[in-house]
Write a new protein. Structure first.
Length: 47
């Protein structure tokens, strides 16, 4: 099992996302909020 996780895969290469992708994720995270209702947490997106 340890050998499987210690192998280096192609996924571990450095990724270079597009500026549009980073901008979309940042804007999405700014619009996302959590509201506590009793014992539950509800996600809301302000759009």
């Amino acid at each position: 099992m340890a050998k499987i996780y210690s192998k280096q895969t192609e996924r571990s290469k450095k990724l270079n996302p597009k500026k549009e992708t980073v901008s979309f994720l940042l804007n999405y995270s700014k619009a996302l909020s959590f509201v506590s209702v009793g014992t539950m947490m509800i996600e809301t997106i302000a759009n």
